[in-house]
Design a protein around this ligand. Structure first.
Ligand SMILES: NC(=O)c1ccc[n+]([C@@H]2O[C@H](COP(=O)([O-])OP(=O)(O)OC[C@H]3O[C@@H](n4cnc5c(N)ncnc54)[C@H](OP(=O)(O)O)[C@@H]3O)[C@@H](O)[C@H]2O)c1
Length: 247
């Protein structure tokens, strides 16, 4: 018996990393999966890899018009949604002194506003008993070097999720947070760290993590499946970080 037989799952930022691995696992478990991202060519390749009839809808989570377009497309194809994973995110590491207005706004437009309006626009399509999963970060609760703006943009998500869990209670919609520690995905190439400095950074990170290594996106996908399917888990922030929160 597949765990997500005939469920409809929408995953933002589903063309890469954690979102794509989650899409693959959800599809394998029987879900009809919709993935989003801004790059059409990468989306096309992702749905080939995800298989099981997954579909891709190109759009920017920072744009409410794009979110409305996504909801209209999903609504016309499927009518309702069982799992909404607000997962798209951006990061650029820098000290607070180096952060430009543009970088600040980009982090909050994608990581914070994108999640808020993503849920607001998707809410009418969410079926009774559905599940919202918000991808945050360990950085929202643990101080990590040069993460200040990213951390701030993710920290708001826990408050959103707690409030939504109560706002949506009549519809039995559960809202949980998935907070990864360092995970080997494409995002490591987007940190603003040079290619030459990356191996050293990755080694440093792995040394800090009690598990002795970085996480794999498949491990986050399994945690997302747990949040999607366990009907008594609500308002949880699940850290999947190899124990880095303790170090
Ligand atoms: N990997 C880690 O170490 C780690 C740790 C903690 C938290 N996280 C969080 O986990 C989530 C997934 O990250 P990942 O590691 O899987 O990174 P990734 O491989 O870089 O994936 C990020 C995804 O977000 C999409 N995206 C970025 N900006 C977008 C926008 N404005 N509109 C729509 N889609 C957008 C990207 O697609 P396009 O570029 O095509 O738009 C991509 O699919 C993020 O929220 C990230 O903050 C990751």
């Amino acid at each position: 018996m597949q765990l997500l037989q005939d469920k409809v799952a929408v995953i933002t930022g589903g063309n890469s990393g954690i979102g794509k691995e989650t899409a693959k696992l959800f599809a394998k478990e029987g879900a009809k999966v919709v993935v989003t991202g801004r790059r059409q060519d990468i989306l096309d390749a992702a749905i080939e890899e995800i298989g099981h009839g997954a579909i891709a809808i190109c759009g920017d989570v920072a744009s409410v018009a794009d979110q409305q377009h996504l909801v209209a497309e999903v609504g016309s194809r499927f009518g309702a949604v069982d799992i909404y994973m607000a997962n798209a995110g951006v990061i650029n590491l820098s000290t607070s002194g180096e952060v430009s207005e543009e970088e600040y706004d980009r982090h909050f437009a994608v990581n914070t506003r994108g999640v808020f309006f993503g849920v607001q626009t998707m809410a009418p399509l969410l079926r009774k008993g559905s599940s919202i999963i918000v991808t945050s970060s360990l950085a929202a609760t643990k101080v990590l070097p040069n993460h200040t703006v990213y951390a701030g943009s993710k920290a708001a998500l826990a408050a959103f999720a707690r409030n939504w869990a109560i706002e949506f209670r009549e519809r039995r919609i559960r809202v949980n947070i998935l907070s990864p520690g360092p995970v080997e995905t494409e995002i490591l190439g987007k940190l603003g760290v040079s290619e030459a400095d990356r191996p050293a950074l990755e080694r440093q990170l792995a040394d800090l993590i009690p598990a002795g290594r970085m996480g794999q996106p498949e491990e986050l996908a399994r945690a997302a499946l747990f949040l999607a399917t366990d009907n008594f888990v609500n308002g949880l922030e699940l850290l999947v970080d190899g124990g880095l929160s303790l170090a």
